[in-house]
Design a protein around this ligand. Structure first.
Ligand code: C5P
Length: 324
């Protein structure tokens, strides 16, 4: 097994390297590139400090998810975590001055309901104190693994862990952790969107600034929790090709989030990630023997209706209805 905290740290480093590569191609020569990096990144430390806020919040959020998962039943977690769709919408109004009509709020509530139903099919593989036998097993055929479920599985390594987990579960702490994560996700996303959209600084520079503070926070976490095993076996112990794919996926996924936020917005990102769960379901149906339940199909249907409702004005703008 590789050490998870090293993968988080390396993903941040990879993100920085990927941005540097893009920036090099945007500059006519190495000389211009070095000048650009000196001027925009090394010469403006205050701008990097500004990114401590979203990256600190992302670090907090990612840690609180562990707290939430250890203290709540999977079902409660899945339902409550969808509140981040609404918290993002609220921060879009408050921080970005966006105004949302009633039909958009209805679409957002429908999206929350739809994602919750879709996600419910993956609960079979997660921690549920009433069904402890499924907890340590991999997802049975026919269930869709969700990243949060994988996190839950990683938390519980054997039956002793599960005993401790159930004995020490505190729903109140779990709920507080989820609520804080949702608020943090909404705020950090909209803060980052505001920074991207209200200044001329390139998105790649912003991601490097975010990556520097992200690397700092993840390094602190890595040293705090895993100093001993890293000393004994090295930073890259247990790494194979698949591990590097996971790291690259995490890094490039983060950059994709930034591109979506820059050219679309955080609310649309919520729709995109929800639709992506359904696309995963369809791919898993063909490749991995995934058997969708009625609840999954209903949830998928509601997600699609809510996406249509939210985007109908946009669609009308580009596809004008011809009079007969
Ligand atoms: O759940 P939520 O949408 O808030 O998660 C966003 C994720 O994207 C966080 O885990 C954050 O670390 C990552 N991110 C990133 N680079 C960005 C923006 C977000 O890696 N520029």
């Amino acid at each position: 097994m590789y050490i998870a905290s090293t993968a988080v740290f390396l993903a941040e480093i990879l993100k920085i390297i990927a941005c540097l590569v893009v920036m090099r191609y945007q500059q006519p020569s190495w000389h211009h590139f070095v000048d650009f990096v000196k001027r925009e990144i090394l010469g403006r430390p205050r701008e990097t400090l500004k990114m401590l806020i979203p990256s600190g919040l992302y670090a907090l959020q990612n840690n609180l998810l562990y707290v939430a998962l250890s203290n709540l039943e999977a079902a409660t977690f899945q339902v409550t975590y969808q509140m981040k769709i609404l918290s993002t919408a609220i921060f879009s109004v408050v921080l970005l001055g966006r105004s949302l009509q009633r039909d958009k709020w209805i679409a957002l509530v429908l999206l929350m309901i739809g994602v919750t139903l879709v996600q419910s099919q993956s609960m079979g593989s997660s921690s549920s104190p009433t069904n402890p036998t499924t907890t340590t097993a991999a997802a049975p055929p026919g269930t869709l693994e969700d990243p949060e479920d994988l996190l839950a599985d990683a938390l519980i390594k054997d039956d002793d862990d599960l005993g401790v987990l159930i004995a020490t579960q505190s729903p109140f702490i779990g709920l507080m952790a989820v609520i804080t994560s949702c608020i943090s996700s909404g705020f950090a996303g909209c803060y980052f969107e505001k920074i991207l959209k209200t200044s001329d600084t390139s998105m790649w520079v912003r991601n490097i600034q975010l990556g520097i503070s992200g690397a700092f926070f993840s390094m602190v976490g890595m040293l705090m929790y895993d100093m001993q095993p890293i000393r004994e076996g090295g930073l890259l112990q247990g790494y194979d090709g698949l591990t590097w794919i996971v790291v690259a996926n995490q890094a490039l996924g983060g950059l994709l989030v930034a591109i979506v936020v820059k050219y679309a917005d955080n609310i649309l990102k919520g729709f995109a990630t929800s639709l992506s769960i359904i696309v995963s379901g369809v791919i898993s149906f063909y490749l991995f023997n995934f058997q969708p339940t009625m609840t999954f199909v209903m949830g998928a249907f509601i997600v699609m209706i809510s996406s249509y409702l939210y985007g109908v004005d946009f669609i009308k703008k580009f596809v004008p209805v011809k009079p007969h």
